[in-house]
Design a protein around this ligand. Structure first.
Ligand SMILES: NC(=O)c1ccc[n+]([C@@H]2O[C@H](COP(=O)([O-])OP(=O)(O)OC[C@H]3O[C@@H](n4cnc5c(N)ncnc54)[C@H](OP(=O)(O)O)[C@@H]3O)[C@@H](O)[C@H]2O)c1
Length: 273
């Protein structure tokens, strides 16, 4: 049977849902690859609304612990820090058992972890290809499939995947394998939106252009390069992780309860130009 998502009552929101919660989390959220960049901003956005947050890292444990500390200060009633390699079935399984032991269910899964890749097809090795596909695409499959039982148990649930403008157009700096991995994420999002609708689980994606994080620092590390990136976008701006987090928050929570299978472009007007 489909899970019912609550219709937002804005008068109730204004009166203060906070007071009604009596210290209980607003919901339970897992963000993969949350030690830095966009994942970090997403965790902090949910923390500020009183959600319990699970923060996964791949190699940067200290940074993930700092994100957890900041999330608690912002209002997250619970934080869990987990090591996770999204490309490893064993690692994903281990993370699932840890979370299942601590939380009753999962309201929101954000498949954010990813790796970047540049270079032409002539320089791309089979090893590069397999690594990027394994983390960016197979990782979304593995994490979604493994955490599905916890999402199905929740009173409302949704998934947001991090795609990219590189999955929507070939006119970008990323390599073909990165573009293919993100186009794959878009296909996966649309198909899962249809497939999981029977459980009331919505599945959406965001597709950002350049966002100021470590991932694309090589395009933003001089004033000249920054100007070039700004000029690519009609809004003449460099998109920040918080801009993406805001869109993810909207797509993940019941405010967007009638939206599923959607890919929200966050590209400062690039498609309008
Ligand atoms: N920045 C952009 O311009 C941009 C644009 C469009 C889409 N995106 C997408 O947005 C997402 C976040 O990107 P970002 O810019 O925030 O990247 P980032 O700053 O490089 O952070 C990447 C995150 O993914 C984690 N990670 C890497 N490999 C992993 C693995 N095998 N298993 C689990 N976690 C892994 C990293 O963990 P550790 O730190 O612990 O190593 C880190 O937390 C990615 O999917 C990316 O493709 C980014």
């Amino acid at each position: 049977m489909a899970v019912q998502t609550p219709i937002l009552n804005h008068a109730r929101l204004a009166a203060g849902v906070e007071a009604e919660r009596e210290g209980k989390p607003a919901g339970y959220v897992l963000v993969t690859g949350a030690s830095r960049g966009i994942g970090r901003a997403i965790v902090l956005r949910f923390a500020a609304e009183g959600y319990a947050v699970a923060i996964t890292y791949h190699s940067k444990r200290d940074q993930a612990l700092e994100v957890a500390e900041r999330a608690r200060r912002l209002g997250a009633p619970e934080t869990i820090v987990l090591q996770l390699d999204v490309s490893s079935p064993d690692s994903v399984e281990k993370a699932y058992h840890r979370l299942e032991a601590e939380w009753p269910y999962l309201n929101v899964l954000v498949n954010n972890a990813g790796v970047f890749h540049v270079g032409g097809i002539e320089e791309t090795t089979l090893e590069d290809w397999e690594h990027v596909i394994r983390v960016n695409l197979t990782g979304v499959f593995l994490v979604t499939k493994t955490f599905l039982p916890m999402l199905k148990r929740a009173p409302w649930a949704s998934i947001v995947n991090l795609a990219s403008i590189a999955g929507q157009t070939g006119n970008v700096a990323a390599s073909a394998v990165y573009a293919a991995s993100k186009a794959g994420v878009i296909g996966l999002t649309r198909r899962l939106a249809v497939e999981l609708a029977k459980y009331g689980i919505r599945v959406n994606a965001v597709a950002p252009s350049f966002v100021e994080t470590d991932m694309v620092q090589m395009f933003l590390d001089t004033p000249e390069k920054r100007k070039k990136i700004e000029e690519l976008h009609p809004l003449r701006m460099i998109i920040q992780p918080e801009d993406v987090a805001e869109a993810v928050y909207f797509l993940a929570t019941p405010a967007s309860r009638a939206i599923t299978g959607h890919v929200l472009s966050i590209n400062a007007g690039r498609f309008a130009a």
